[in-house]
Design a protein around this ligand. Structure first.
Ligand SMILES: C[S@@+](CC[C@H](N)C(=O)[O-])C[C@H]1O[C@@H](n2cnc3c(N)ncnc32)[C@H](O)[C@@H]1O
Length: 143
């Protein structure tokens, strides 16, 4: 990701996460949309350890609220696993990625650019951390 507002957004929240997140970027593939998805999927899946808890970010996924997202992360970590989040490129994620993922999550029904999704995900991870710590960053008040 080039320096710019999206990188700054991600860095702002990533700096607050414990343990600090690691990012692996897959080179943008070329070809038809389906080829791009397949090639990028091969790159994404190759980054995953065999027993990884993979969580795909995809418009076709479920949209948990922040508390449910925090519980999902907590379950993975309590099982001794750091979750791996998979974000697609401009053509989206190949079905082989969403099939491999243990959870497929949508950040609502609107389509966002993947660089923004990285920052939005980091914010939700920080919120999940705050929820689990009882930190007032997350001001839950709705019944
Ligand atoms: C520009 S979007 C790809 C759009 C593609 N046409 C599709 O339908 O997936 C790039 C990536 O950002 C992520 N993304 C974008 N909007 C999202 C949303 N509302 N919820 C979850 N992930 C999203 C997904 O990982 C997606 O593959």
């Amino acid at each position: 990701m080039k320096a710019g507002p999206e990188a700054a957004l991600y860095a702002h929240y990533a700096a607050r996460l414990r343990p600090p997140p690691e990012v692996t970027e897959i080179p943008e593939a070329r070809g038809s949309a389906a080829e791009v998805r397949r090639r990028e999927a091969a790159g994404l899946l190759a980054t995953l350890p065999e027993d990884a808890v993979a969580i795909a970010l995809d418009l076709g996924g479920e949209a948990p609220d922040s508390e449910a997202f925090a519980r999902l992360i907590a379950r993975a970590e309590e099982a001794g696993k750091q979750p791996f989040f998979l974000i697609g490129g401009a053509e989206g994620l190949d079905p082989s990625v969403t099939t491999r993922a243990r959870h497929v999550i949508a950040l609502g029904p609107m389509t966002w650019p993947h660089f923004l999704v990285r920052g939005m995900l980091a914010e939700q991870l920080y919120r999940a951390q705050a929820i689990r710590a009882g930190h007032p960053y997350h001001r839950a008040w709705r019944p």
